[in-house]
Structure formats: C-alpha cells, structure tokens
Ligand binder design. Structure first.
Ligand SMILES: O=C(O)C/C=C/C(=O)C(=O)O
Length: 273
C-alpha cells in the first residue's frame, strides 16, 4: 500500500473502528488475523493505541469492566522473544481475570488462541496519579499493596508475527490474569532484587528478578502513568497494574500447570483446564 494512502487512512475514524471490530471478532470467535502492519500498513504507535482504545470502548459498552492496565515489553527477555524493543501498555479486562483461591486458579484452555504465561509483579494503586512527570518514588508512595501475578499473553495475530503497532492494537497481546494474595509488607522490599521462579508442570523453567522490568518495576509503572496521561487518562486509585514479565514467556498446552514463586509470597498456581 503506498505511503500516502496509509497516511490518509490512518486519520480516518472508520478505519480505526473497522480494525477494532476485526480484532474483537478474532478474540470472540477465536481466529487469528494477519498483522495490521502487513495487511493495512499501520506502523504508527499512536494510531495503534487508537485502535486498542476503541476496542476496549466497544467491549465496555457491551458490559466489560476495566480492572487496570498491563505494561508489556519491559524486559529484554520478552523483547527478544517477540522481536519488539520498546514498552507498551494494554487494558486488563475483568472477563479474563481468573481469581485464585488458596493460591490456585484455573483458566479454560479453549478460550485462548496461542497462549503463553509470564511471571510479573502486580501493583494495587491506592491514590490516583495524575500530574506531570510522575516518578517511581511517587508510584511507590501511591501503591497500596503488591502481589505476585501470572499474566497469560495471547495474540490475535497469526503465529505471533507481531511488530509494535500490531501488538499495541491487539491490547498489548492481553490474554488473562491471575493474582496472588495482596501484600502490604512487600512494599518495603527492594522490588529490583525480588526474585521469581516459574515452574512448568513441576519443573523450574524460567527465573527472573524485578530489575528485568525496565530496571525497576516502579519505573515501569511510572512510565505507564506518564504514557496514559499523555492520552488524557489518569492511573486511578483502585487500578491494578502488572509490571511486565520478569523472565521469558512459556508456551501453554491444555492441562499445563504453572507455579509462580516470588520472594516470600505464597506460591501461585495456574492450571489450564
Ligand atoms: O506488551 C505487548 O505488546 C506484548 C506482551 C508483552 C508482555 O506481556 C510482557 O512483556 O510482559
């Protein structure tokens, strides 16, 4: 597609709506689509965020609830796996939150397309962050509690052939989420040096530390808060934020059990049933 045509199209709300609908249909009916960078020539991150935002708005109109935000592509391990080298964000949809009881959660395998799991740190934001140049220190001061979290990433894009604009439009490849017990005590830990081990069917498989998320998980959340503000959206009290993976992603098969052990938190188990 010639450059001029792409520029003209990308200013067109009708195209944004059509692409959000295409992603929504792929999510609902469980099929993959060609990368938008290939099929539509969309490479601009701001346009991709418009598609993502419109998709979330469509879902909210149908009853979806926003429980917070995800930050993605914050670690070298995932950047290398996905071939994308700058962070992005997406929205956490309540319909794909799998609550853990006594540290155990289940997710139905068949609702996903090509899922992978990641170990992350979850922040529960206690005070709205809505001023310029939000710092990691301000994020920590506004954090009510922290927890270990397993994010399921999934892609509506054929065989994960994503570039930055593809995954941004696709809600940062959000698939689902479970969270361990919230800990206030964890607020006094050095989040950079918090360690994690993710076991796959009982076998320790990937290992990470907090510093994997942009050097410090609170720096990743500060990045998010400032990025959201640039779009006129504050990070609000009550929002859950996940930091981005602390280690590489692991592909999921039906029946798999993943166990995340982090710092002095109780283990968090997620089974795909
Ligand atoms: O953020 C994306 O667009 C892709 C997903 C990445 C992650 O979830 C992560 O790096 O943690």
């Amino acid at each position: 597609m010639p450059e001029q045509s792409v520029t003209t199209q990308t200013t067109d709300d009708a195209l944004i709506i059509a692409l959000a609908q295409r992603l929504d249909q792929a999510w609902e009916e469980r099929f993959t689509i060609l990368p938008l960078t290939e099929s539509e020539g969309i490479t601009n991150a701001d346009i991709a965020y418009r598609i993502q935002t419109h998709w979330t708005d469509m879902r909210v109109q149908r009853g979806e609830r926003i429980i917070g935000r995800k930050i993605g592509l914050t670690s070298k391990a995932v950047q290398e796996q996905m071939g994308v080298n700058e962070p992005d964000y997406g929205t956490l949809w309540a319909s794909r939150y799998f609550p853990a009881r006594n540290g155990r959660a289940e997710a139905p395998f068949e609702i996903f397309l090509q899922p992978r799991v990641e170990g992350e740190i979850a922040f529960l934001i206690g005070e709205t962050l809505d001023w310029p140049d939000i710092t990691p220190q301000q994020v920590l001061a506004a954090t009510e509690a922290l927890a270990a979290a397993i994010e399921i990433v999934d892609s509506r894009i054929d065989r994960w052939r994503i570039k930055l604009a593809d995954t941004i439009a696709d809600n940062a490849s959000y698939g689902g989420l479970t969270i361990g017990a919230w800990s206030r005590a964890m607020r006094s830990s050095d989040l950079r040096t918090i360690g994690m081990v993710m076991s796959h069917n009982g076998r320790p498989t990937v290992f990470g530390t907090g510093a994997a998320a942009l050097g410090h998980p609170a720096l990743a959340v500060a990045w998010l808060a400032n990025k959201l503000r640039a779009f006129g959206i504050p990070l609000r009290a009550g929002d859950i934020v996940i930091s981005g993976a602390l280690a590489a992603t692991i592909p999921v098969q039906r029946g798999d059990l993943f166990t995340l052990e982090m710092h002095d938190q109780p283990p968090l188990h997620l089974r795909f049933v």
